[in-house]
Structure formats: structure tokens, C-alpha cells
Design a binder for this molecule. Structure first.
Ligand SMILES: [Zn+2]
Length: 64
């Protein structure tokens, strides 16, 4: 089981890092799930498999 290390917020226009609490409005940060403050990709922080990521992205899209 993996814990999410980020949240997509503001209707998908921003990404919040749950590690440091930083919110980024950078489209590349959102697309790549990157935190410029931690200098880490959330995929690596969360150690999740791509299939799990796709499932969570589609779920997050429905829930906003
Ligand atoms: Zn961070």
C-alpha cells in the first residue's frame, strides 16, 4: 500500500505537496507530479506502480 504524497487541487490547476505543504501552479510540476521544494518526483516519493497511478489519476479527476 502506498500513501499519496501530493494532492491535485484547485480543479486540477495546482498540485500540493503533502510532504512540505507547498502548492505549485506550474503546469509541468502538475503533469510530472514534481515538487520544486522537495526536488522530488512524487512517483518516487510514493513508490507506486504506474497502474496504481493511472487508477488514482482517473479517480481524482472524477472527484476533482
Ligand atoms: Zn514538497
Amino acid at each position: 500500500m502506498t500513501l499519496p504524497t501530493y494532492q491535485i487541487v484547485h480543479d486540477g490547476t495546482a498540485i500540493r505537496c503533502l510532504i512540505c505543504g507547498r502548492i505549485s501552479y506550474n503546469k509541468i510540476d502538475i503533469r510530472e507530479r514534481f515538487c520544486g521544494n522537495c526536488h522530488q518526483f512524487h512517483d518516487q516519493l510514493g513508490f507506486e506502480r504506474p497502474s496504481e497511478r493511472e487508477e488514482r489519476i482517473s479517480k481524482a479527476g472524477k472527484e476533482k
